[in-house]
Design a protein around this ligand. Structure first.
Ligand code: FAD
Ligand code: NAI
Length: 474
């Protein structure tokens, strides 16, 4: 018998599960289907998508453990704590990470029950338009819904011709499950995953070399931030080779050898015990049967949507990594909320200008709004306030004096245009900047707000003051 719903959400990642919960809160009869291979103890696919299973959450768990290890090895002695050389039990580190994944993915099933969202284990594939709605196959069942929200996410892009076994040659899935500290780790791609996973294994003792095709470093970040990040991460021991061209990669059961040409076009070779390929992600529409119903794709293979995530077909919406925009969990979640509210006739909206970005290295890197190079390219007259963490008492107290906050404001109106942070706590500090941007604040608004002392947030405050050349502590 065909199951009937108001809304079927295809994909239970951060975009999909949040859309399902919000839609249920709004009174719709909602189902969410999910088909990933990460089975829970009941043998059902886990909810949470890339983010909870093989992305944000497990990577942050490993970053935390490796950070503690690094502090114990290098920072404790300077504060008078003598514990000798720390040892890492990789199996225990992975078990802790897996426990967090279990807890959170199981928690979403609990949230579905609480909100009366029907969970349908199985792959969703479009069959046809039926009346005002759509018919899909989910696993072996037929399901009809008036609205379908496609939230099928993304998967790792691989190097052409190179098999990823997720043991020696890994994408994000294997990178989060490496079972021993490799002596030498090679990474292709100095993007977000390259820097985060490179940091994890470098801290635990691996020699990490990152091969990057682009001639510049971290091109998506503000140029000052990228320069500072490269300096700090290099000092920590990450080795970067920029402007390379990857050639043949040979992998055995124990090692991998990567032939490449360096920035000057000279042939070179990198040998390592493991390789992580982190060269971006591609939208996932595998098995969705999008073509059968005429769902329009972009030339990059994403589902084409408008500003409110409407596709070319009535009643079909698409959100998250499978559509344009940054591939970030919080962006996917906000789009999920927006679409559920739009279906309910409300005015849900996502502001693409105020989506924060965070890279969870040490120090953390975070920003919201436009970079200095974007403002230059757009011929916008701007002013800059830049203040280092070195001038902040709390930063010195916690042994994290590196980095700075850079505030960019429009020269004529003083409106905040971008806030860029490299430093301790950047992932949390960027929230204040995001609120300010959303409320169209001026740099003076930030400058006139009382910030608690001693906190890292005072650096944001000082950088806003510096926009008007009136920083007090720098
Ligand atoms: P996904 O999370 O990819 O979920 C899509 C789900 O749909 C999957 O579970 C898939 O199995 C399922 N699916 C696909 N097709 C079908 C179908 N036809 N039927 C049924 N189910 C289907 N973002 C951040 O914001 N912060 C971070 O710190 C961060 N860290 C990351 C670290 C790593 C290593 C990686 C790889 C990514 C990270 N991301 C991070 C990105 C983040 O994971 C994604 O942006 C986010 O998961 C996208 O959510 P989504 O719901 O669009 O898709
Ligand atoms: P990325 O887009 O961040 O970086 C990929 C890098 O690989 C780029 O620098 C690119 O120039 C380089 N590259 C591409 N092809 C190459 C090649 N053939 N040889 C060498 N280098 C090559 O992608 P990444 O790191 O794979 O992460 C995917 C996405 O997942 C991110 O863009 C982000 O959206 C999300 N993510 C977010 C995190 C966060 O928010 N903290 C953490 C990890 C991932």
């Amino acid at each position: 018998m065909t199951k009937q719903f108001d809304i079927l959400v295809v994909g239970g990642g951060p975009g999909g599960y949040v859309a399902a919960i919000r839609a249920a809160q709004l009174g719709f009869k909602v189902a969410c289907c999910e088909s990933n291979p990460y089975a829970d103890p009941k043998g059902e696919p886990r909810l949470g998508g890339t983010c909870l299973n093989v992305g944000c959450i497990p990577s942050k768990a490993l970053l935390h453990t490796s950070h503690l290890f690094d502090e114990a090895a290098h920072a404790f002695a300077g504060q008078g704590i003598d514990i000798g050389a720390p040892k890492i039990d990789v199996a225990k580190m992975l078990a802790r990470k897996n426990g967090i994944v279990d807890q959170l993915t199981g928690g979403i099933k609990g949230l579905f029950k609480k909100n009366k969202v029907a969970f349908l284990p199985g792959h969703g594939a479009f069959l046809a338009k039926v009346g005002e709605g759509w018919k899909l196959k989910v696993g072996a069942e037929d399901v009809e819904a008036k609205h379908v929200i496609v939230a099928t996410g993304s998967k790792a892009r691989h190097l052409p011709g190179l098999t990823v076994d997720n043991k020696i040659v890994c994408d994000n899935v294997g990178a989060l499950d490496i079972d021993a500290v490799p002596k030498k780790l090679a990474i292709v791609g100095a993007g977000v995953i390259g820097l985060e996973m490179g940091s994890v294994w470098r801290r635990l003792g691996a020699e990490v070399t990152i091969l990057e095709a682009a001639p510049g470093f971290l091109g998506m970040a503000d140029i000052d931030i990228a320069r500072e990040a490269k300096k700090i991460l290099t000092k920590q021991g990450l080795v970067f080779q920029l402007g390379v061209k990857i050639g043949e990669v040979k992998a055995t059961k124990k090692a991998v050898s990567i032939a490449y040409t360096d920035q000057d076009g000279k042939p070179a070779q990198l040998d390592a015990e493991r390789l992580i390929v982190s060269i971006g992600r591609i939208p996932n529409i595998e098995g969705l049967n999008a073509g059968a119903v005429g769902l329009k794709l972009t030339e990059r293979g994403q589902i084409a949507v408008d500003a409110h995530c409407r596709t070319n077909l009535p009643g079909i919406w698409a959100i998250g990594d499978v559509v344009r925009g940054p591939m970030l969990a919080h962006k996917a979640m906000e789009e999920g909320v927006m679409v559920a509210e739009r279906i309910a006739g409300q005015a849900g909206h996502v502001n693409p200008e105020a989506i924060p970005n965070v890279i969870y290295t040490t120090p953390e890197i975070a920003w919201v709004g436009q970079t200095e190079q974007q403002l230059k390219d757009a011929n916008v007259a701007y002013k800059v306030g830049k203040v280092p963490f070195l001038a902040n008492g709390r930063a010195l107290g916690i042994g994290a004096p590196e980095g700075f906050v850079k505030v960019l404001a429009e020269a004529r109106t003083d409106r905040l245009l971008g806030v860029h942070i490299i430093g301790a706590g950047a992932s949390d500090l960027v929230a204040e900047a995001t609120v300010a941007l959303e409320f169209f604040a001026a740099s003076e608004d930030l400058a006139r707000i009382c910030h608690a002392h001693p906190t890292l947030s005072e650096v944001v405050h000082e950088a806003a003051l510096a926009c008007d050349k009136r920083a007090l502590h720098f």
